[in-house]
Ligand binder design. Structure first.
Ligand code: F6R
Length: 239
């Protein structure tokens, strides 16, 4: 694992966008996948800015979303689909050649099959940009997840359920998530793990310095041949 410690959230976001841009410059037909949520918001905005200023051209590249709350559609407030549309895809003046965004309101087993199909057709992932959950989850690969799965539906952990009102208040109460599996994430050429804020310091230490265990799914990234942790000072405080 390579560790890049940034002064603050803004620097973390710019650093990650620079790495994503370098990936696209090196491989114009890359398959990119970015997490949703609070952590990557600045990163996806910077990425879209770089597209709009002509620094990078996504028109030969592919994009696939990482995960979704089961039951939420791409229009629902707080869904990963809406995040993708509003914060990334809808901001880019030049679109990706193809973008595949999970629909949590559709038949979720079918969504897993089509996610697997898209990644198999255009993959493996060139770059996966991830956030880390308070329980160490990656996407919705929760504690105890098998590391050999592709896309799957998984019960949300108690920790994730406790955190989820920050995305959509009490409007939705999903019990399951749909997620790329650890197998697909681990097959990515490069993985960026972003972390920001002191509330992530403890779990980031466990993921980066602790044992590799499925009780802290992000710890598997210690065994990835090209994983870069980009954290701000607050999140990196216990490393
Ligand atoms: C969201 C996702 C999740 C988040 C994680 C951290 O698409 O994949 O694994 O990355 O829960 O969320 P934030 O960044 O909101 O703290």
């Amino acid at each position: 694992m390579k560790l890049i410690i940034c002064e603050n959230y803004e620097e973390m976001s710019r650093t990650a966008a620079r790495i994503a841009a370098e990936t696209l410059l090196r491989k114009p037909d890359a398959l990119l996948s970015f997490a949703g949520g609070e952590t990557p918001l600045g990163f996806v905005h910077r990425f879209a800015d770089m597209v709009n200023s002509g620094q990078i051209d996504p028109s030969r590249a592919y994009y696939v979303s990482l995960d979704e709350w089961a039951g939420l559609s791409r229009e629902d407030e707080g869904s990963c689909g809406l995040f993708n549309q509003k914060e990334l895809l809808g901001r880019m003046r030049i679109p990706f050649l193809q973008a595949h965004v999970i629909n949590g309101a559709a038949d979720i087993e079918e969504e897993c099959r089509s996610l697997d199909g898209f990644i198999a057709a255009h993959g493996p992932l060139t770059l996966s940009v991830l956030g880390i959950g308070m329980n160490g989850h990656l996407g919705f690969n929760e504690e105890g997840v098998r590391f050999d799965l592709n896309a799957h539906v998984i019960p949300l952990s108690e920790t994730t359920k406790r955190v989820m009102p920050k995305y959509f208040g009490e409007k939705f109460h999903p019990e399951y998530g749909i997620s790329q599996g650890i197998r697909q994430i681990m097959a990515a050429e490069t993985v960026l793990l972003l972390a920001s804020g002191e509330h992530k310091a403890n779990i980031l230490r466990e993921a980066v310095r602790g044992d590799v265990t499925n009780q802290v799914p992000a710890s598997i990234l210690q065994t990835h041949p090209s994983c870069v942790v980009v954290a701000d000072k607050a999140a990196a405080a216990m490393l």
